[in-house]
Write a protein that binds this ligand. Structure first.
Ligand SMILES: Nc1nc(=O)c2c([nH]1)NC[C@@H]1CN(c3ccc(C(=O)N[C@@H](CCC(=O)O)C(=O)O)cc3)C=[N+]21
Length: 296
């Protein structure tokens, strides 16, 4: 039987609507909309598209989105000066510095300059630590979005075998922490892992976040497994000069074996942006001592 297709796009639309409601209610109490500042350094075309999409989604959720576009040659000190201004601005609840940054800038130094309580990406070392020891903080948007999809699909995750393929700070490591906090049995696989297909075949949950197009095949999966595909790879399309997006999972072979699977596009990607808005609203609530609305 073919797998259920997990509708990340639809789930994200629902989450954005709940965020919009919460943002409106908060605005009625504090007199201003939650504010998100997005900083982009350089002209990377993919990053420009993502930043534009984030700004649009922010405004559509009734929040104040401000974009700061800096030239590729920007020095670290001037970026740090902008961060300091945004940290001090009471109308800014969330700060996101789009990654990757140009080579002359030390990305972790910039991230760690962000006020941890405005770090809606959850990349600051303090938030990484909070996630590790189970304290409230901010959790990176992509893995939190994946967890929401998994819980909507499976309910309780406790005791399930989960394999996370990829060990990045942005996805793989925080994803593993979130699954562990849900009492799944978690294995993190990476480029040195021996016999990855055999490891995956034991898993109830496979999260693929490696950036290798179509790597995970249907015959790597346990029948009925839930597959979350974080990959967004632009590859050559059928017609010359055209490209198409594919995930890290070979969707066609995987859907024949899996129980449920996220598509690419319209799977995890839209969740990333919806969770960013969610984190920004949560930040605004916390900063004003207001309760966090249910359903977020
Ligand atoms: N500090 C930082 N935080 C990020 O969250 C961050 C970042 N840097 N750098 C770049 C990546 C990438 N990213 C995506 C967001 C939405 C889609 C998304 O909505 N994708 C659509 C399709 C997009 C398309 O058609 O190109 C989908 O999968 O359906 C994808 C990728 C956030 N990122």
């Amino acid at each position: 039987m073919a797998a259920r297709i997990i509708d990340g796009h639809g789930f994200a639309a629902g989450l954005r609507a709940r965020v919009a409601e919460g943002a409106e209610a908060l605005k009625a109490r504090i007199g201003r909309a939650p504010g998100l500042a997005v900083v982009l350094v350089g002209e990377d075309p993919a990053s420009q598209v993502y930043v534009g999409a984030k700004g649009k989604a922010t405004r559509e959720a009734g929040m104040a989105g401000t974009e700061y576009r800096l030239p590729a040659e920007t020095e670290q000190d001037s970026l740090l000066a902008l961060i300091a201004r945004l940290n001090a601005d009471p109308a800014v609840d969330g700060i996101l510095v789009q990654l990757p940054l140009p080579a002359q800038i030390d990305a972790q130094a910039v991230i760690d300059a962000i006020d941890p309580d405005k770090d809606v990406d959850g990349f600051h070392a303090l938030n990484v630590g909070r996630l590790g020891i189970g304290l409230d903080g901010f959790v990176p948007c992509t893995p939190l979005g994946c967890l929401m999809l998994l819980k909507a699909e499976l309910g309780d995750l406790s005791g399930l075998d989960a394999v996370v393929i990829g060990r990045s700070n942005i996805v793989g490591k925080p994803m593993a922490q979130l699954l562990l906090a849900e009492s799944a049995t978690v294995t993190i696989a990476h480029s040195r892992t021996r016999d990855l297909p055999a490891l995956c075949r034991r898993a109830d949950i496979v999260v693929a976040a490696v950036g290798r197009p179509l790597m995970v095949k249907g015959d790597w999966l346990k029948p009925g497994a839930t597959v979350i595909d974080v990959g967004i790879n632009r590859v050559a399309g059928a017609e010359p000069g055209k490209t198409r997006l594919v995930g890290d999972v070979d969707f066609d072979s995987a859907r024949a074996v899996a129980g449920a699977i996220t598509p690419v596009p319209r799977g995890v990607g839209p969740m990333t942006i919806a969770v960013l808005l969610r984190n920004t609203l949560v930040s605004a609530c916390r900063r004003h001592g207001q309760p966090i609305p249910a359903g977020l």
